[in-house]
Design a protein around this ligand. Structure first.
Ligand code: CP
Ligand code: NVA
Length: 309
């Protein structure tokens, strides 16, 4: 496990393809153990702090349960109840918490806060979602794709909707693993240029493609995976009406998925807004793998923690 111990998990792009594969392989083993009721207390006596500036169902529960299954302990730390909420610096918080904990998972707004925490903490920092990235979700997504498709290399993932933290993380993670990625977003809501540049650099190594377009039909053509996420992310509530109007042509519905490969799987990080980014019939349809995808958060994060902490 040598090379991963002590590292932060802020973006998949800090890791090589082999390291990501190592985590995925280990997640798969942990999942098999879990299904057979075989315990794996790999982190006895270790403690994870979980700082939340935003709401969560999956991230909170899967990290907390995952840590328990590894024989460790997880503390839920609502940012509003920490002194951070009253102005204590991230620098001081990072240094103090490093003396109590073995790792910190943080969900916050500005990605710079997660970076600052990592800079001053002596323990691994895991990104549980920032406005920029959601790498743990992308790892669970890779595991899910691999389970359903039997491989990653050469597959095409089409992301349709807001060029947000999920679009960014999928661009980076899929391109790193040798997949083709196409993103369709409205002109003013496309993924950030620096992230697209990183994805392009990843794809150059594998000879794969990265496409950013405004045309959802073009993005999903021959896609093996169609992915979408909410049109209004946490922190964007004031833009709700405007966004619902602008994103209307980007709904993942039966007409759109008919343009993809016949055996394409449909993915969504959840929570979903039925009738907005995805229709009920697609979300609940035979191609949807959303619940298995959510389950994989547990297994992949256990693998991340067992390797890093
Ligand atoms: N997908 C995801 O991160 O869900 P939560 O916001 O419920 O944690
Ligand atoms: N893009 C969404 C993802 C939620 C898991 C958000 O940031 O709210």
């Amino acid at each position: 496990m040598g090379g991963l111990r002590g590292r932060d998990f802020l973006t998949t792009n800090d890791f090589t393809q082999a390291e990501i594969q190592e985590i995925l392989d280990f997640a798969f083993l942990l999942k098999k153990d879990f299904q057979q009721g075989k315990p794996h207390p790999l982190l006895p006596g270790k403690t994870l702090g979980m700082i939340f500036q935003k709401s969560s169902t999956r991230t909170r529960v899967s990290f907390e349960v995952g840590m328990a299954q590894l024989g460790g302990y997880a503390l839920f730390l609502s940012a509003g109840d920490l002194q951070i909420g009253r102005g204590e610096t991230i620098k001081d918080t990072a240094r103090v918490l490093s003396r109590y904990l073995d790792g910190i998972m943080i969900r916050t707004f500005a990605h710079a806060e997660a970076l600052e925490l990592a800079e001053y903490a002596d323990i691994p920092i895991i990104n549980g979602l920032t406005d920029l990235l959601h790498p743990c979700q992308a790892m669970a997504d890779l595991l899910t794709i691999w389970e359903y498709k039997g491989r990653l290399q050469g597959l095409k993932l089409a992301y349709v909707g807001d060029g947000n933290n999920m679009a960014h993380s999928l661009l980076l993670a899929c391109s790193k693993m040798g997949m083709h990625v196409a993103v369709a977003s409205p002109q003013d809501y496309q993924p950030r240029a620096d992230i697209v540049a990183q994805a392009l650099e990843n794809s150059r190594v594998h000879g794969t493609t990265v496409l950013v377009t405004t045309d959802p039909k073009c993005a999903v053509k021959d896609a093996d995976i169609i992915y979408t996420d909410v049109w209004v992310s946490m922190g964007q509530e004031k833009e709700r009406e405007k966004r619902l109007e602008i994103f209307k042509p980007y709904q993942v519905n039966l007409a759109l998925i008919a343009k993809a490969a016949k055996d394409a799987i449909i993915m969504h990080c959840l929570p979903a807004h039925r009738g907005e980014e995805i229709t009920e019939e697609v979300l609940e349809g035979p191609q949807s793998v959303i619940i298995a995808e959510a389950e994989n958060r547990l297994h992949v994060q256990k693998a991340i923690m067992a390797k890093l902490l």
